[in-house]
Design a protein around this ligand. Structure first.
Ligand SMILES: [Zn+2]
Length: 274
């Protein structure tokens, strides 16, 4: 009989692991179960961002101008916020089956990791996009740090049950959507669509939200397994699509952040409205 704490998605019918100890969970990395894609997608995601760290920050070949600037620390912060999120997720999906207590504790870790990575996304994005508007940058950075701090306290204290609930992810959706406010403000500060800087980078924000939107809708609706229970137990389940979409969004934001920074180096602030 599958323990109740593992049954948060009734449309996933098989492939459960239960009654495993620590070694058993580690061993489960190497055979197919209904958490395999969830674990490996974010294990690979952590590897991708550690590779970015060594390539762009530690060795610095791709970003030689990054050293000795505050940009350096924001790249570092973003990269490691994503790595923390990925590892928190891996721990939850790999070891959560051990007991209801471990499931609940690692669920909190997973949720806090998501909170930290959203904060990393915001600070990284705000730092680069508001480079020419220092006062606004500090205001927005302060606001998002406070909001994330409150959200993390909520997750640590309010997640008492061992089931994953849509309310958990909905709070993150609201915090993420707030990003449109500095986005629109940035659009106006640059003089709107006629500005070539806006034309190049503003659509990228919508691509980010598009990728995250697909993942979130799939997560909340439990599509496609809702319509074909038992057919997507191992692959193409909603949570797996959510994992892939969140990783793609993180990579998209990272790659475009670098491009934006390089653009800013070629076009300093005094050329902004030309
Ligand atoms: Zn997950």
């Amino acid at each position: 009989m599958i323990p109740e704490y593992l049954q948060s998605n009734p449309y996933i019918r098989s492939g459960y692991r239960y009654g495993l100890n620590f070694i058993g969970c580690l061993f489960s990395l190497f055979y197919l179960n209904n958490e395999s894609i969830n674990v490996w997608s974010h294990l690979i995601g952590a590897g991708v961002f550690l590779y970015f760290f060594f390539r762009d920050i530690y060795i610095g070949n791709a970003l030689p101008f990054l050293k000795s600037t505050s940009d350096y620390y924001f790249f570092l912060l973003y990269t490691f916020s994503v790595v923390i999120c990925m590892f928190g997720s891996v721990l939850f999906h790999l070891f959560g089956c051990m007991s209801s207590r471990i499931f609940a504790d690692f669920l909190k870790l997973d949720l806090c990791g998501i909170g930290i990575s959203i904060l990393g996304c915001y600070l990284y994005g705000l730092h680069i996009t508001f480079e020419c508007y220092h006062d606004w940058r500090i205001r927005y950075e302060t606001i998002i740090i406070c909001i994330t701090f409150i959200a993390v306290i909520y997750y640590v204290h309010a997640v008492k049950q061992y089931i994953t609930r849509n309310i958990h992810i909905s709070l993150f959706v609201i915090i993420s959507l707030l990003g449109f406010l500095p986005g629109l403000h940035w659009y106006c500060l640059h003089g709107g669509w006629s500005n070539r800087f806006v034309q190049h980078f503003f659509p990228k924000l919508f691509v980010l939200y598009g990728i995250l939107g697909v993942g979130t809708i799939v997560y909340l609706t439990k599509f496609p397994e809702r319509f074909f229970p038992g057919y997507f137990d191992f692959i193409f389940a909603s949570h797996q699509i959510w994992h892939i979409s969140s990783l793609c969004a993180f990579i998209w934001w990272y790659v475009n952040g670098i491009e934006l920074l390089q653009y800013r180096r070629r076009n300093p602030c005094h050329t902004l409205h030309k």
